[in-house]
Design a protein around this ligand. Structure first.
Ligand SMILES: [Fe+2]
Ligand SMILES: [Fe+2]
Length: 209
């Protein structure tokens, strides 16, 4: 029968816990007692915080615009195949809202202030707000927005390389969902009739005011 972990540790040649600690343990302990109001943001976070917060803000705005666009499309979907597509738009909208909430929570953890101001939302968002007219329009515009979000998240994750693993894991989780969304929309688009002259058309684009 194996000995309990604590007893086995005493019989090995491994260094005692204090010897295994970083050489600058005292500095680590002193820094931890400074700036307590910063909470999770410690001295070891590095100097990328303003950049990370700016990127998180853009991601939050993008998610909020996606929530609104999907909601609009959910209620405006018309046609023989509209029910299933409208249901999918609603599911995506709810998931984008969850992403927005996660991002806002992380911004606050990092000492920032999540910006929900509606007047600047489109300017800060990477994705556009396109209303569309036909069901195919709506699916296509959502697919475009997802593809924009996918590349934005990939770039953001690259910026975080070797830094802030918590934010990186969050972004990777969101990215995986955006890829699922894009895949589902591409499949939906294939099954929808496209009106002549509609290809490449971009209607009712809301540009930043
Ligand atoms: Fe999202
Ligand atoms: Fe999405």
């Amino acid at each position: 029968m194996k000995a309990p972990l604590a007893k086995r540790a005493l019989t090995t040649d491994q260094p005692a816990p204090a010897e295994a600690a970083p050489a600058d343990l005292e500095r680590l302990r002193t820094q931890a007692r400074e700036h307590l109001a910063d909470g999770a943001v410690t001295a070891g976070y590095g100097d990328k915080r303003p950049q990370v917060l700016a990127l998180l803000d853009a991601a939050l705005a993008t998610e909020l615009v996606c929530v609104l666009r999907y909601r609009r499309h959910h209620f405006m979907a018309r046609g023989a195949q509209a029910k299933a597509v409208a249901d999918e738009f609603l599911v995506h909208s709810v998931q984008e809202q969850q992403h927005a909430d996660w991002l806002a929570e992380r911004i606050a953890q990092l000492g920032g202030a999540p910006d929900f101001a509606p007047d600047s939302l489109l300017r800060r968002s990477h994705a556009q707000y396109v209303e569309g007219t036909t069901l195919a329009d709506m699916v296509r515009e959502n697919l475009v927005a997802e593809r924009i979000a996918i590349d934005s998240y990939r770039s953001f994750i690259a910026v975080l390389e070797g830094n802030d693993p918590t934010t990186r894991r969050l972004l990777e989780t969101i990215l995986a969902t955006e890829e699922e969304h894009a895949d589902e929309l591409a499949a939906l688009l294939e099954g929808l009739p496209v009106a002549s002259g509609e290809k490449g058309q971009h209607t009712s684009v809301r540009t930043p005011g």
